[in-house]
Design a protein around this ligand. Structure first.
Ligand SMILES: Cc1cc2nc3c(=O)[nH]c(=O)nc-3n(C[C@H](O)[C@H](O)[C@H](O)COP(=O)(O)O)c2cc1C
Length: 160
């Protein structure tokens, strides 16, 4: 992957697709969960938001670490993406169980997934309580992209 601009990221991730949120817990264990509820928010500064259920382990992790990466996965990890979206890191280590390959981020401690066609490194600048979800507003510190990878645009329970 190489560094890309926000314009290119938006171009190759339109319409807004399914993503995987990567987070770390207090012992630096990495966790990955599926997300549909995210969006770009601002160009200057570059901001995006993710909307997480109060019940998710990821939610606890990000409240502590104040950072996350949002990875838009390639088709190649469709099965793993489904598993990450239907199990909780509270009870398993998804990275080990599902053989997910990580790459070190450049600006945050939370890594990114190698099999991403776009990956955003984000620092949390605001948390907003929203019913049974929390909105984390993230400042995008770096964006990595790989235009050769085939995007996994959506994921549903007909995961075949
Ligand atoms: C297609 C799809 C989209 C999802 N989108 C969201 C979302 O936007 N926000 C959310 O909180 N959970 C969403 N989920 C559910 C989480 O991925 C799921 O609860 C996950 O097991 C949480 O993992 P964790 O407990 O390890 O954080 C989605 C699941 C699927 C299958």
């Amino acid at each position: 992957m190489e560094e890309i601009t926000l314009n290119l990221a938006q171009k190759i991730s339109s319409p807004r697709p399914f993503g995987l949120v990567v987070s770390i817990d207090s012992s630096n264990k990495v966790n990955v969960m599926g997300i549909s509820w995210w969006t770009y928010v601002s160009r200057n500064p570059s901001l995006l938001l993710i909307c997480l259920s109060n019940r998710n382990y990821t939610n606890e992790n990000i409240r502590l670490s104040k950072e996350f990466s949002l990875c838009l996965p390639s088709e190649d990890i469709k099965d793993e993406a489904w598993k990450c979206s239907t199990t909780s890191g509270r009870s398993i280590n998804k990275v080990e169980e599902y053989n997910l390959e990580l790459i070190q981020s450049n600006h945050i401690n939370t890594p990114i997934l190698r099999e991403s066609y776009v990956a955003f490194e984000c620092k949390v600048v605001k948390e907003i309580e929203a019913g049974d979800h929390i909105i984390f507003l993230g400042e995008i510190l770096n964006i990595l992209g790989d235009t050769t990878k085939k995007p996994l645009y959506s994921l549903d329970d007909n995961n075949d």
